[in-house]
Design a binder for this molecule. Structure first.
Ligand code: PEP
Ligand code: MN
Length: 345
């Protein structure tokens, strides 16, 4: 990783480092942070001569050789000062709450518009809504392109930025063309490396943020952070990690709640962590406690399913969506826990 003295290199300087890297069989990938751009050396970066030539350039501060499988997402990376901001919240400075329906019902858009307004009033800063859904049952509702318009209209009405899941390239293109600021990679796709690469390439050079869920089958933390590295190494480091429960389920919960991994992630990566308690426990009654525990464990934010009338919802909403009243209480308490945690830090 090449760290320039200035905040970024000039085009002529980029050409010079590229020529050096290429003569050693490597290439240069700029990683654009909020303030500073750093330049990853992609390939075998162990050649001492290449390092010396690069380090000898007058505009290079130093070369960082982090021996980590996730050089960019590593806590020791120079991206550790990178900050991600959405909905007026800079992650790490204030608790971020993403809330909204699991699934937008294209036949009943008013539920989504009402939910959007209600989650805003409850204190959420980002609106979530599933346009396309990964469903276990192939005959269950799979989502609908039309819901994208409903998502955008709700965003316009409330002023909230929106988050939705994309599962393939067509959806990725539709969402990006529509200007969706936060894309979700779902638990089922968190290990789909070709999709991660496509998303990485598509969001490079854009301000888009990716909310990367933890796969049901991810064991080691390194597997989770490496999935984020797949996206970051194309040039956009706006990635948020989202634990959402894993398999096997804990008897009574939908999954095995995993909010307790937050401190372990924080030791290894600078990436913000937003916990999804809804899919973790899978039942509205258990969601508030899981949300508060996540914040106590050090989460930077929460992603919570909520619906104005859960029983009228589709997808996960009848089971796990909080009513806006429950959401408001959960957010208020979560902010208290956030303050308490800061006080003991
Ligand atoms: C969702 O957010 O509605 C969803 C399907 O999440 P996950 O990928 O975590 O199951
Ligand atoms: Mn859901």
């Amino acid at each position: 990783m090449i760290l320039p003295k200035a905040n970024r290199l000039t085009p002529a300087q980029v050409r010079e480092i590229t020529a050096i890297a290429e003569s050693f069989g490597c290439r240069i990938q700029p990683i654009v942070g909020a303030v500073r751009t750093i330049y990853a050396i992609v390939g075998d970066e162990r050649d001492e001569l290449m390092i010396n030539r690069l380090e000898g350039l007058p505009y290079v501060e130093r070369i960082d050789r982090i021996q980590s499988p996730f050089k960019l997402m590593d806590i020791r990376s120079d991206l550790a000062t990178h900050r991600i901001t959405i909905g007026g919240v800079t992650l790490g400075r204030k608790l971020l709450v993403i809330a909204g329906q699991c699934t937008i019902d294209p036949k009943n858009p008013n539920y989504f518009y009402e939910t959007a307004q209600a989650v805003k009033e409850a204190g959420a800063q980002v609106l979530r809504g599933g346009v396309w859904k990964p469903r276990t049952n192939p005959y269950a509702f799979q989502g609908d392109d039309k819901s994208l318009d409903i998502l955008l209209e709700a965003s316009r009405r409330t002023g909230l930025p929106v988050d939705t899941e994309v599962m393939d390239e067509d959806q990725l293109k539709l969402a990006l063309d529509a200007g969706v600021p936060m894309l979700q990679v779902g638990a089922r796709n968190a290990l789909n490396y070709s999709l991660l690469r496509r998303i990485g390439a598509a969001v490079a050079g854009r301000p888009t943020i990716v909310l990367l869920k933890r796969s049901l089958h991810m064991g080691t933390l390194h597997e989770f952070i490496s999935a984020a590295e797949y996206i970051a190494n194309f040039g956009n480091p706006n990635i948020i990690l989202c634990p959402r429960g894993t398999a096997p389920a804990l008897d009574g919960y939908r999954n095995h709640p995993d909010e307790s991994i937050v401190p372990l992630l924080k030791e290894r990566t600078w990436a913000p962590v937003v916990v999804d308690p809804s899919h973790s426990v899978g039942k509205a009654a258990y969601v508030p406690a899981c949300a508060l525990a996540a914040v106590a464990y050090g989460a930077d934010g929460l992603c919570i399913e909520s619906h104005v009338q859960p029983s009228k919802g589709i997808g996960d909403d009848p089971k796990q969506a909080l009513t806006p009243a429950m959401l408001a209480v959960t957010i208020r308490l979560a902010r208290e826990v956030w303050k308490l945690r800061r006080a003991v830090k």
